[in-house]
Design a protein around this ligand. Structure first.
Ligand code: MG
Length: 296
């Protein structure tokens, strides 16, 4: 188990708290601002500005904070850019409404000019309109595999697996499918890291087939074309799924997990029912409790 202590400004502590909003909140110890627990790390922020990271995942979480501190590090890939390159990313894990989508995608050297003309590198800043315009072109040209876990299935699985375990299984499965499509020619593999490497493989212990030899890196969608393209295709599938849900329920589902989402959940349950809510949201998110409090 490792322990790291860093010092942050109040603003940065509040930003960190927001970033960790899906982690479970613990009882706040004396002199602490907050304490949260992820599957492999306990993070405590103190009034003094000290933030302590404890557990298997401490290295990963502290790295996340330091890399967002220094912008210069962000665009620098840690691995040489070789092709064919295979990358994966997921979408929907921070959204109360809608599925989780994971995509794994292959980029070959011959694809680079097209991807440059589509300005793929800027995936994070890309608007939904641009995603809808670009993604079908990528899906036409690039070998890819995506998996969509709908809300009913997600809520069922979440009773036994935590979010990171679910993500790990989906990424693994997406790479298994991609490997078949590319006739096993899959040497360079990159995951936009969401959990430490060791935990990732622990989550997959009981899986029949596990894809190994993966390079794990945070912010990989800004550094590797294959991850950037995977991210765009996953976002496209997510947008389309939300569109379908909105049509089926004649209800505009908002993105994210903020207060506007609590209010939307209230409206949804008033028109439909809580049983229906189970089919369109990630039920364990705090929004469900907040919705219930608002309904009282
Ligand atoms: Mg990601």
């Amino acid at each position: 188990m490792s322990v790291h202590t860093i010092t942050l400004s109040t603003t940065k502590i509040m930003a960190l708290k927001k970033k960790l909003s899906t982690a479970s909140v613990c009882k706040t110890p004396p002199y602490a601002v907050f304490q949260v627990k992820t599957s492999d790390c306990t993070i405590t922020a103190y009034e003094s500005g000290k933030v302590v990271f404890q557990g298997e995942g401490a290295d990963f979480y502290v790295q996340g904070v330091s890399s967002s501190e220094s912008k210069a590090n962000i665009q620098q890939p840690k691995m040489p850019l070789t092709y064919p390159q295979h990358g994966s990313d997921e979408v929907g894990t921070g959204d109360y409404f809608g599925p989780i989508v994971v995509c794994a995608c292959r980029v070959e050297e011959k694809d680079i000019p097209l991807l440059q003309s589509l300005k793929i590198q800027d995936s994070k800043q890309t608007t939904d309109d641009t995603i809808v315009a670009i993604a079908p072109i990528l899906m036409d040209h690039l070998t890819h595999s995506f998996l969509l876990l709908d809300n009913a299935k997600y809520n069922e699985v979440h009773q036994v697996d935590n979010m990171n375990a679910i993500k790990a299984k989906l990424h693994n499965q997406a790479f298994i499918h991609l490997k078949e499509k590319v006739n096993n020619d899959m040497d360079t593999i990159i995951i936009d890291q969401f959990t430490p490497e060791k935990s990732y493989y622990q989550y997959l212990q009981k899986e029949k087939e596990v894809i190994k030899g993966i390079h794990f890196e945070t912010k990989a969608e800004n550094k590797y074309l294959s991850v950037a393209c995977a991210s765009i295709i996953a976002r496209y599938a997510f947008i389309k799924a939300i569109e379908q849900m909105s049509k089926a329920y004649s209800f505009p589902f908002p993105k994210g997990a903020g207060a506007h989402v609590d209010e939307a959940a209230v409206r949804f349950v008033s028109v439909h029912s809580e049983q229906e809510l189970w089919k369109v949201c990630k039920y364990h998110f705090k929004n469900t409790e907040k919705m219930k409090a608002l309904m009282l």
